[in-house]
Design a protein around this ligand. Sequence first.
Ligand SMILES: Cc1cc2nc3c(=O)[nH]c(=O)nc-3n(C[C@H](O)[C@H](O)[C@H](O)COP(=O)(O)OP(=O)(O)OC[C@H]3O[C@@H](n4cnc5c(N)ncnc54)[C@H](O)[C@@H]3O)c2cc1C
Length: 383
Amino acid sequence: MDFSLTNDQERLLELARDFARREIAPHVADYDREERFPIEIIRAAAELGLMGGVVPTEYGGAGLDHKTYAMLVEEVSRVCHVVGVAMSLPSGLVGSSIQAFGTEEQKQRYLAPLARGEIFGGAGVTEARSGTDVSDMDTRCRVDGSDYVISGAKMWISFLDVAKWFLTFAHLGVDERTGRKRICAFIIDADLPGVSVHPLTNKFGFRPIKTGELVLDDVRVPKEALVGEEGRGFSVAMNAVENGRLGVAARATGLAQACVTVMSDYAKERIVFKRPLASFQMVQQMIADSTNVTEAARLLVLRLADLKDRGLRARAEASMAKQFASDAAMQAALAAFQIHGAYGVSEEYPVGRYLRDAKVFQIVEGNNQLHRSLIAESRTGIR
Ligand SMILES: Cc1cc2nc3c(=O)[nH]c(=O)nc-3n(C[C@H](O)[C@H](O)[C@H](O)COP(=O)(O)OP(=O)(O)OC[C@H]3O[C@@H](n4cnc5c(N)ncnc54)[C@H](O)[C@@H]3O)c2cc1C
């Protein structure tokens, strides 16, 4: 792989770096504390063309290649990965399935305004009982004339306060031949009768994102709301999560890099025993190990992006990038917190937020135990 940047890539990353320093950095601690999604920042990012990711230009996107997109998301996530999530929505969890399985009308109506940063959409995959085992969902749908009627609830769904629609899933009962639930994927407008949202408050991490329950109480949608084929929605769900992994890994790498930067700066400035912390070998070890895992995470992200640019399936590589990058973020956040000593506890420094968010990264978009199982399965063929 060639790691040199083109002039266009350098310009775009410089634009993002400058935007993050001026528009995000002064506010991130406040909106994290207030649990407020910084919609004005997202709008400003959209005006600069930072939201469109890999979505083709005919659907409102920026038409970037996956490597450029991943570097862009990492760059912004070094300052705030929540802005990075918003930048990932059109290319990842929410938008990629509409691009892959949606009709032309769905792409124009839902994907294009999402990619332009005009509206937000959510992905309702997880349920309270079945959790990681997505195929065992309880939410049901039935056919009624030319409509579907959907009943159930999704849990831990993000962007409840701003999403205008949700890509979500329900089943039509068990297929007697295969013994599997016949899952359908739908786009559901958030203002339809029967749709209600119940966000959690005072979350441990990812605080600016409103996450919680999405209730679907006899929600009636026309057949045009179906994404992909009836009964084949599990492929849509897996496409969504697999494509989400490049974005989540890039964001976790950005967080890991932020930890390395703050721990290095602090270790140079803080003098104890008449020496900078950076002169103690055990502190140096924490900085070196955190740097190594961050660099390695970046390489896994770029390799995943490269496979995607070449149109290759990258299931195991997506798991490797997500699991390793989020573990790297956790390792680097723990080290950054340790190096800050008592000051890590205070709001004056960002390392508390970094540590809380790093922990959540190890759980979302497939917990890291699941990803390790998938990586092992790719080597042994055994589940
Ligand atoms: C802040 C936040 C935002 C989220 N946003 C969304 C969203 O927008 N849309 C959405 O659909 N979901 C979302 N989620 C849900 C998230 O993806 C799930 O929490 C996650 O997939 C795990 O599901 P669970 O919490 O039910 O854990 P469970 O399935 O109950 O698992 C609990 C633990 O058991 C272990 N475990 C589970 N399965 C396995 C396995 N196969 N092998 C080994 N160990 C295993 C792991 O340690 C895991 O952490 C969000 C969650 C959070 C915290």
